[in-house]
Ligand binder design. Sequence first.
Ligand code: BES
Ligand code: ZN
Length: 613
Amino acid sequence: MRHSPSLLTALLAACSAAPRVEMPFPADPHSFAEPQRVRSRHVELDLALDFGTKVARGHVWHDLERTDATAPFVVDTDGLAIGGAFDQDGRPLFVDLASLPDPLRGQRLAVRLRADTERVRIDYSTAPDAEAMQWLAPEQTDGGKQPFLFTQGQAILTRSWIPLQDSPSVRVTWQARIQSPAGLVPLMSAMRREERADGVHFAMDRAVPPYLIALACGDLASRPLSDRCAVWAEPSMLDLAASELADTEAMVAACEGLFGPYRWGRYDVLVLPPSFPFGGMENPCLTFATPTILAGDKSLVSLIAHELAHSWSGNLVTNATWRDFWLNEGFTVYLEHRIMERVFGRDRAAMETNLGMQELADELRSLPEADQRLHIDLAGRNPDDGMTGVPYQKGAAFLRRLEQLFGRERVDAFLRRWFDEHAFRSVTTATFVDWLQRELLAQDPAAAADIDVTRWIEGAGLPADAPAADSALFAAVDAQLAALRSGTAPDRLDVTGWVTQQWLRFLHGLGDCTPERMGELDGAFQFTRTGNSEILCAWLALSIRADYRGTDRRLDLFLLTVGRRKFVKPLYEAMLARPDGLARAKAIYSKARPRYHAVTQRTLDAMIAAADR
Ligand code: BES
Ligand code: ZN
């Protein structure tokens, strides 16, 4: 296995020395901002939403902290029409907007400051195709009568709807006023919301990274789940959403019991229309979620545990740059499993951990070595490229390994202190390694001798000491798969009491099937008619691979309504892997593309273009 000598190695060697002083702003290759010279501390947003032209128009105020008296205020923008910049007294300031956009970072905007400039106002409007924003036609909603808008900021898309210093190391408090058409309800990732005559006002008084500023607007209503939790959705979805998410409060309480107080006031969930490109997004106080988790039996709510867990790992303690993304996602997957274990029991958590590790193993087989490192080099690349199973599953496996070596009690205390001591701060991998060394490894050198931290963080692949994720309930599934392979007919298998995770194990273990065998399986278990999106997606992918045509209509409908990238990507991939697949994929995609968010479009455009070459 290759080891790369690195900053981390040097750090580990020097770690018995005094604690390092963290650089406040590590270099961020994904932002033009120069926060070490002039930084924004507070953002005041004022926007009017125009659904007709798909434009948000208004201004943003930045409260500045100036370290370098002669430096300009540099912000990131992408596709914004800039109307001008002004100081606190309304005097115009000279602006320099890069004429040529950088393919990754967008357009640098520099505002020249006067000696006495403390606040800067930037007037602007967004482009109709702003990457963060998806403006939905009424047909794309459940109600079908009103349009809908939502934003998705992570990783570097916030700059396409707000001119700001779009680096996760530049935390800001913020407030906003949103004006929207009558009948539509605006919501934001804020601690406070107030409806006034001049619009809806929001405030977030904890400093957050810019990717966590989010907005949604549509025909929305809410239902309380507890004193501090509620679900928001289109009125027609509210009953289903509220019963599915009934355990939300129990999850918050479980995570608080493990890792310290929930520090954000309310925890609400917004169920979006199905074009939402992710499963979930941890927008503070208001998780954004895909409606595809509403299975009717709470079987997919680990996604809520995950987004909730980000309230500690990610939102409280944030990756300082996108190469430190595993500090957000690896920790969060670990916390997610701990929440699931507390609320739904060990069997459920063990199955979900196992499925995650299986996905990672599958993915590692085709991932370049450089992308198998937790501490990934993303300079010159879209941070989206780092969104593989590695930061998620390998990151979580690393924490489970620590748990195995040092015991739960010590690792829980260690994590809780990590969150407490770094609350509302952005941290690098080096800071974590330093902390790990002092606060855990140094306490028990004998246990520490059994883990090669540099190998885990800087090396490729899954280290041999990664803990196994065994599940007795999966052993039962494997037995039935063996029976199937040795000739038992599908309708004679014993599937009594199987839960969703077991079915996913089953579908994964089927391997390649003939169309006839697929037909038998469908006859026995009605997969094509399932209301569970995870099972359906696995089944549709198998069908494409097997050229089983019994799912054709369901597949078309699914791809035309669901824009969740994790689901649609493997389906197009499966089509493209077949001899006749390119034409089929293109035919469906040409109809579906306008209904997908830019994030999903970008991934599929590249995939289909590559197959077309
Ligand atoms: N923060 C991520 C989503 C994300 C990551 C968006 C990077 C943009 C860039 C979110 O917490 C997440 O991980 N969502 C997962 C679900 C989760 C259960 C693994 C998803 O959407 O699939
Ligand atoms: Zn996440």
